[in-house]
Ligand binder design. Structure first.
Ligand code: PLP
Length: 370
């Protein structure tokens, strides 16, 4: 069997930073609950993205859930949600017994289409919150989306799970809305094995999120609860991995960019191939290198050819309005997200890939045009 190439696998620092932080937690017996790594990871991540406060949580999904809670989203409320995304963006809307309305993407950004968002505001002026996503490390068109949310006085939540290290006009994604979240799941640009972070400039709300995430224990000697609680806090061990990984984030972004440019150079001229859009205002983290196909070679051809050679690749996310579970909810927009799903492929973008690995992938893909 030829060497396995992953789509995007965990990549710990060569320096062993993660192990040092974990060791410190062991040596001081701060395995759980909480501890120094959790506090420091929150501070370090908040500083990196220039947000006032951050809450370290057990998953990115939990971060979206508590962001909705913080935005006051409850039973029967409407939430606009980008349709082209991973289901974890939309599921927490259902956890809150709220109602999602899915919004199409545009070709310029692959993310939420501001024109479709405007139409959605006209149809549902009572909407309670908007969730925009920065897919594959590409930023959404934030000036327009922020302006629309401000105009309608609606809370904006940014799903920046895939975009740690991505900047829009010099400002980090996840810091434009009331709330932003990051994920440290196994295949993200940095990973803690699993975990998430909620960021906001509203320090009071972040304190509240930490309270909810630790079972909403009131300040009392006995166990007293005035509010619904969650068990969503990040452990001190996991946070240690995060602190170490954060030190190599810039290196990871540089390698992801290198991978994208390699593919673009080698495959960009093939008939019908178009790479994901990198706008002049967008400084992506290039989490995954994605392209669309409009000629005779189809995404399935690329995925099958790579799979035969033990190389992982993936289709673009299947939009939420096309998912059986979410089919009953309204959808605003056209066919952009559907078309990106039908014609898109994510190429292996593992930061441990060598030039040899990249050439192997390119030769297999080019072979389909021969
Ligand atoms: C990974 C991901 C999430 C969920 O994060 P978890 O930490 O796995 O819960 C949410 N949204 C998007 C777009 C993601 O890619």
């Amino acid at each position: 069997m030829s060497k396995k190439i992953w789509l995007s696998s965990p990549h710990m620092s060569d320096e062993g930073y993660e192990v040092e932080y974990i060791k410190e937690a062991f040596d001081t017996n701060w395995i759980a609950p909480l501890g120094k790594n959790v506090n420091e990871f929150e501070k370090e991540l908040a500083a990196k993205v220039e947000s006032k406060a951050a809450a370290a949580l057990s998953s990115g999904t939990g971060a979206i859930h508590l962001a909705l809670n913080a935005a006051g989203v409850g039973e029967g409320d409407i939430v606009f949600c980008q349709s082209l995304t991973f289901s974890a963006t939309a599921n927490p809307i259902i956890y809150q017994n709220a109602t999602p309305v899915f919004i199409d993407s545009d070709y310029e950004t692959w993310n939420m289409c501001p024109r479709a968002l405007e139409q959605a505001f006209e149809k549902y002026p009572e909407v309670k919150a908007v969730i925009v996503v920065h897919l594959y490390g590409l930023s959404a068109d934030m000036d327009k989306i922020v302006e629309l949310c401000k105009k309608h006085n609606v809370a904006l939540i940014e799903d920046a799970a895939e975009s740690l290290g991505t900047y829009y006009k010099g400002k980090h994604t996840g810091t434009f809305g009331e709330y932003g979240m990051f994920s440290f799941n196994g295949n993200k640009i940095i990973t803690t094995s699993g975990g998430g972070m909620l960021v906001s400039d509203n320090e009071e709300k972040i304190a509240k999120v930490r309270f909810w995430a630790t079972q909403s224990r009131d300040q009392a000697r006995h166990y007293q609860h005035s509010e619904l609680g969650f068990n969503y806090r990040m452990s001190n061990i996991v946070a240690g991995i995060g602190r170490g990984q954060l030190k190599v984030l810039d290196q990871r972004v540089a390698k992801k960019k290198y991978i994208f440019e390699f593919y673009k150079r080698e495959l960009g001229q093939l008939e019908g191939v178009e790479f994901m859009p990198v706008n002049e205002w967008n400084e992506p983290n290039y989490w995954l290198s994605c392209l669309t196909l409009s000629g005779k070679v189809r995404p399935i051809d690329i995925m099958e050819a790579l799979e035969k050679e033990n190389i992982e690749s993936r289709p673009v996310w299947k939009p939420m309005h096309m998912q059986p579970f979410f089919a009953q909810y309204d959808y605003i927009g056209g066919e952009v997200s559907e078309s990106l799903f039908e014609n898109g492929v994510c190429l292996p973008s593992d930061t441990k890939m060598t030039d040899e690995d990249l050439n192997r992938v390119c030769e297999i893909v080019k072979g389909l045009w021969a």
